[in-house]
Design a protein around this ligand. Structure first.
Ligand SMILES: NC(=O)c1ccc[n+]([C@@H]2O[C@H](COP(=O)([O-])OP(=O)(O)OC[C@H]3O[C@@H](n4cnc5c(N)ncnc54)[C@H](O)[C@@H]3O)[C@@H](O)[C@H]2O)c1
Length: 270
């Protein structure tokens, strides 16, 4: 855990700043990715013990290493969130080891059919989008609820996207991310009386290494420039912009917020 001292019931880091997630057990899925890694590091800096999980074990272990180098602590787990059995095992391992889980940030996801005309929607890619983004989130939340309801406390944060509002050539991805919002609200209604909040994040374009790899530097720069021109704040988001919002929703500052979607968009769709 990050070096800290206790003062008047608060944990302070070495700079004397209050750590907002001191001792909390947190699970971050998609933790090898751009946003997942930033969330894992941000939560660790705030004193959480972070379980990092991803289908990419090497990337996930790298995240754990970075987190530990910075003085944090956690464990890494390989889990494919599209496989029900692996999601169940992931939660079982955490509960066996720690006996509880305070927060989960369901980040694993991505667009499996990024640009298709409606007539060209492909059944396999559409299914992959729903499996990876929506069904995985529902299953992870089911497992989280099984742990959190008896403990009477929990913070669930799901990763939607600004495309939940609609996007003209991302049909199945937009449907999955919109589904996450509907599911998040439903879950918030059901779990509130057990002390569990459920919220969603909806970023516009976030600068992550996966985009540069997928598009190449030149096309990525064009996309980033085009979006930055359109967003009122004049830039695209960084992974840290998203991590700080996740931190807020996981912290006591957001104790009375549930069923909400937080747009991290630089004002992209006002
Ligand atoms: N980057 C953006 O502009 C943006 C905007 C809005 C929403 N999002 C969402 O944020 C999340 C993270 O995206 P990112 O930008 O960090 O991309 P990323 O590709 O860097 O991260 C995604 C991570 O999910 C993991 N993953 C993929 N399939 C998996 C599976 N079956 N099981 C477990 N893990 C799996 C990948 O290995 C990767 O580490 C996604 O849900 C994405 O839809 C991203």
């Amino acid at each position: 855990m990050f070096l800290g001292i206790e003062e008047k019931g608060c944990y302070l880091n070495i700079k004397g700043v209050v750590m907002r997630l001191s001792g909390r057990i947190v699970l971050v899925t998609g933790a090898a990715g751009g946003i997942g890694r930033a969330v894992a590091l941000c939560f660790a800096r705030e004193g959480a013990v972070v379980m990092v999980s991803d289908i990419n074990l090497a990337g996930c272990s790298e995240t754990l290493e970075l987190l530990e180098q910075a003085g944090g602590s956690g464990c890494s787990f390989k889990a494919d969130v599209t496989a029900e059995v692996e999601i169940r095992l992931l939660y079982k391992q955490i509960v066996d080891r720690f006996g509880r889980l305070d927060s989960v940030v369901n980040i694993a996801g991505g667009d499996c059919e990024p640009s298709a005309d409606v007539e060209d929607i492909d059944y396999a890619r559409m299914s992959a989008n729903l499996d990876l983004n929506l069904k995985s989130c529902i299953l992870s939340c089911r497992e989280a609820a099984r742990v959190m309801k008896p403990q009477g406390y929990g913070r669930i944060i799901n990763m939607s996207s600004l495309v939940y509002r609609g996007s003209p050539n991302q049909f199945s991805y937009a449907a999955a991310k919109g589904g996450i919002y509907a599911f998040t609200r439903s879950l918030a209604m059901s779990l509130g009386r057990y002390g569990i909040t459920v919220n969603a994040l909806a970023p516009a374009l976030v600068e992550v290494p996966a985009f540069v790899t997928a598009l190449g530097q030149e096309r990525w720069e064009m996309l980033r420039h085009d979006c930055a021109e359109r967003y009122p704040l004049g830039r695209v988001a960084t992974p840290d912009d998203v991590a700080r919002c996740a931190l807020f929703l996981a912290s006591d500052d957001a104790a009375f917020i549930t069923g909400q979607i937080l747009e991290i968009s630089g004002g992209a769709r006002l």
